[in-house]
Design a protein around this ligand. Structure first.
Ligand code: SAM
Length: 283
């Protein structure tokens, strides 16, 4: 079989994953990264940055629902919330389902927002045009250095720890996030694959522990990510994500008419139950 029409993602630790490409829709060298949009049979249209698949029409709900609803439901009353990265708009779309007053998103690369609006509009589904939302094109690391504080929830929807995202995984950035959060605020970050990037997960969790008294890792499935099993980690000043009861989450889902395909009140709790070898990585 010809390999010319396949997209392969080669993991640094010696694993490869591939998806057949039917059309190459966009290719651009932005000031920050190499951007591609591909049409595939299995995942629909996909966004690739620096040879790493970021999101796809088929699996975006798996990632964004777990990235956004778990931390927002872990806080009893999130009103002031911020997203770092997330240029495809999926995290913002899900955040807007909650009664957050003025969601702010800080994305470094306007080319990602532009390409996703044009080629994968279903992911943001108009979220950037919502009058409640504010998009700032800028470096999230710099932005957090100068934030006045008072946030309830910060969501870090970043690329992997390479290029402009490296510092988003390190303690100085987490310290700035902690200063930007209210006394009962919390943050979440995607924390990579526990199967193929265990060292990265371990160091990220340890960096969060230097800053937050409560740190909890949870798991979800994302079809297009290497190994499919993905992790997310919450750092929290006061609320333990497991304190949110199934009943209270169900009430909030009903009250805000939140529609999900992956996240459920029961899954909120189940996702924190880790296989022993993953619990050992984050111990
Ligand atoms: N779901 C994805 C994943 O886990 O692979 C992340 C998707 S989202 C498109 C990642 C975004 O983070 C990109 O658009 C990238 O431009 C943005 N980003 C990377 N470094 C950043 C920084 N320092 N400040 C703000 N945004 C950043």
């Amino acid at each position: 079989m010809s390999t010319a029409d396949w997209y392969f993602e080669i993991e640094q630790h010696g694993y490869i994953q591939g998806v057949r490409v039917t059309e190459r829709l966009a290719r651009e060298a932005t000031p920050f990264q190499r951007l591609e949009v591909l049409r595939t049979d299995v995942l629909g249209k996909v966004l690739v940055l620096d040879d790493a698949l970021q999101t796809s029409e088929r699996d975006e709900f798996m990632y964004h629902e777990m990235l956004v609803h778990v931390p927002l439901m872990s806080h009893p009353n999130p009103r002031r919330a911020l997203i770092i990265g997330g240029g495809d708009g999926g995290a913002l779309r899900h955040m807007l389902m909650h009664p957050v007053e003025r969601p702010i998103q800080v994305e470094i690369d306007e080319a990602v927002v532009r390409a996703c609006k044009e080629h994968v509009p279903a992911v943001s589904n108009g979220a950037f045009d919502d009058p409640r939302a504010e998009l700032i094109i800028g470096d999230g690391i710099e932005y957090m250095r100068n934030h006045p504080g008072g946030l309830d929830v910060i969501i870090v929807d970043s690329t992997d720890p390479v290029g402009p995202a490296v510092e988003l995984f390190q303690s100085p950035f987490y310290l700035n996030c902690a200063s930007a959060l209210a006394d009962d605020g919390l943050m979440v970050a995607q924390s990579s694959s526990p199967l193929y990037m265990a060292d990265e997960l371990r160091s990220q969790v340890s960096n969060l522990r230097q800053v937050f008294p409560i740190v909890r890792t949870y798991m979800g499935l994302v079809m297009g990510y290497p190994g499919v099993a993905w992790s997310y980690t919450i750092g929290s000043k006061r609320y333990d994500p497991l304190q949110a009861t199934v009943e209270s989450i169900a009430r909030r889902i009903a009250a805000s008419q939140i529609t999900t395909r992956y996240y459920t009140p029961e899954l909120h709790h189940a996702a924190f139950v880790l296989p022993r070898f993953i619990a050992d990585i984050v111990a």
